[in-house]
Design a protein around this ligand. Structure first.
Ligand code: ADP
Ligand code: MG
Length: 485
């Protein structure tokens, strides 16, 4: 561990390269299925394997998806596009080259806005987003010396999102990744699943003395399979570099791999060993042009983005920023909230219900919002019944809500009748309960009257308990205060 004092002499500089697999049914240049988890080497046409005489053909949807991402990030969309060959040898690269975009990335510039824990907002600039094909997968099976290769993944469409070296901490890197995953899921262009490798990230890390004019030598770290591990890898790598510099050593430009078990990185190749990829324009594909009309069509079909919804939730529904943040976490949650707001004016209550009972239920049962059984209309009814003092929030969330989960077709009012949980606002019913409680706790009553006002909560608890939770708490509270004073 480096002392904080030493660490504070350095600035950490990070640039991310994020690969996102696009959710198309077929591959980028062939009709083979992109389905994950199929038996090895079943989705491999002659095109995917690069047999002589075969020709790749561009999947149009791939271009649409990349443009959507570009529009969401405020990028400039390249109108004239070519593909390039990136030549290198690797067992899982069937053709001996990868088709990618070197000269004309489909999206240029733009940025990813992030918000940090301390509330600070910052935009991380993007260098580019380009299209390319995924490679196959080498498999090293336990106890076998041979390496197996599965080419099903070869040719699956990818966008590579490359940030500028604008990131200054592992926390910022984590925030960028979170935002990118949120965006691709909103756009429905990638499922964002890091465990299955649909979203992958390499981190370029360097350190420099505070105030230095030039960036330090960068190291590229690979093989992190979660956002948390990206953060750990950056922290470890920055520390390793600082220690080296402090000892007077130089940093080698190299590629390192992250080991999640030890939390450390190890060198896999140095810059000197780096391939010369000998990029050249892919001769088997013709250039493609993004026309004004096509671009307009894609823009018009863009869904609401998290940032826009956040703004709307704060402004139109007057939610606190925190609520707006939580509710725009996924597109499904945001849509559910908006659907409730079509039925009730109690927006903040709707937000509380979603952030509280609904999210707890989703977490406990391991399901997502789109599988949630209670319709937004039904929940809106319940929210209105609470607001109209027909049932208390406590009873509604602890008794009615679980009942509705079992009987999602039943109107909320009917469920309350059925459970005999209608809130009791009749003072003639509540007064005797209060008298009973005060009679049972004479000592406490005396203490209260001598100034121990905190006891009110205990009296309220007793009254509510004896009413089986049905007493209108507002009325019970008023009556109780009156009786006690
Ligand atoms: P290369 O030519 O080595 O591939 P690029 O300039 O294309 O390098 O950048 C690749 C990635 O590395 C980008 O995400 C970029 O932001 C990041 N990067 C570039 N220089 C640095 C640096 N000094 N420190 C950290 N990251 C860097
Ligand atoms: Mg580069």
């Amino acid at each position: 561990m480096v002392d904080k004092e030493i660490r504070d002499k350095y600035t950490i500089v990070v640039g991310l390269e994020v690969h996102a697999q696009l959710l198309t049914n077929s591959k980028i240049f062939a009709t083979d299925s992109t389905q994950y988890g199929e038996a090895p080497n079943t989705n491999i046409s002659a095109i995917t394997l690069g047999h002589p005489g075969t020709l790749p053909k561009l999947n149009k949807k791939v271009v649409v998806y990349a443009i959507k991402m570009g529009l969401a990030c405020g990028c400039e969309i390249s109108r004239y596009n070519i593909f390039d060959r990136k030549n290198y040898f690797y067992p899982d690269l069937p053709k001996g080259y990868q088709i990618t975009q070197d000269k004309t990335p489909i999206c240029l510039g733009g940025g990813i806005p992030i918000k940090l824990g301390n509330g600070v907002r910052k935009t991380i600039k993007l260098n580019r987003i380009h299209l390319e094909e995924d490679a196959g997968k080498s498999m090293h099976l336990e106890g076998q010396t041979e390496t197996l290769v599965d080419f099903n993944r070869a040719g699956v469409p990818l966008v590579e999102i490359v940030t500028e070296p604008d990131i200054r901490s592992s926390e910022e890197a984590y925030a960028v990744l979170t935002e990118i995953r949120k965006l691709v899921k909103y756009l429905e262009i990638c499922d964002g699943n890091m465990e299955e490798g649909s979203l992958r990230c390499d981190a370029n890390v360097s350190v420099m003395r505070k105030g230095a004019q030039e960036y330090g030598k960068k190291v590229e770290v690979k093989n992190m399979n979660s956002f948390r591990n990206v953060q750990r890898a950056i922290d470890h790598e920055a520390e390793r570099q600082i220690l080296l510099l402090e000892k007077g050593h130089a940093i080698l430009s190299e590629t390192r791999t992250f080991d999640a078990d030890t939390g450390t990185t190890a060198a896999i190749r140095t810059k000197e060993e780096l391939n010369d990829y000998r990029y050249f324009p892919e001769p088997d594909l013709c250039p493609f042009v993004v026309s004004d009309q096509w671009l307009e069509e894609i823009s018009a079909a863009m869904p609401s983005l998290p940032q826009e919804l956040y703004q709307k939730f704060v402004e139109r529904y007057e939610l606190p920023e925190y609520d707006a943040e939580v509710l725009t976490d996924t597109k499904e949650i945001a849509a559910y909230f908006e659907a409730i707001c079509l039925q009730t004016q109690h927006y903040k209550s709707a937000s509380n219900w979603i952030m509280g009972p609904v999210k707890s239920f989703l977490n406990e049962s391991g399901i997502t919002m789109d599988q949630f059984p209670i319709s937004p209309d039904r929940l809106a009814e319940l929210i209105d019944l609470v607001a109209a003092d027909k049932v208390s929030f406590a009873i509604a969330s602890q008794k009615v809500f679980p009942y509705l989960l079992q009987h999602p077709q039943m109107p909320a009012a009917q469920a309350i009748e059925k459970l005999n949980l209608k809130q009791d606002s009749n003072t003639d019913n509540i007064k005797p309960l209060i008298a009973e409680v005060l009679a049972d706790f004479p000592q406490k009553v005396q203490e209260y009257r001598q100034g121990k006002k905190g006891l009110l909560g205990m009296f309220m608890g007793e009254v509510m308990k004896r009413s089986k939770g049905k007493a209108n708490p507002k009325i019970a509270n008023e009556l109780l205060r009156k009786e006690l004073s």
